[in-house]
Design a protein around this ligand. Sequence first.
Ligand SMILES: [Zn+2]
Length: 72
Amino acid sequence: MLNPQLLAILACPACDDRPPLQLRGAYLVCYQCRRAYPIRDEIPVLLIEEAVPLEQALPEHEERELPPQDEG
Ligand SMILES: [Zn+2]
């Protein structure tokens, strides 16, 4: 399992304001740019060229159950 402390400091490399990523299955997801970064051997691959579209990473039914964005 990915270290929660590591997850907390990871941010999307594609977004200028570096939003936090959310763990969804085998991917770290940025809901801002809708990219999903694969996790390989418990190492997150935060490369834009390795990212897949969010729709491709998540089953369709799961995407409809996204939690609402909580801006604090
Ligand atoms: Zn992003």
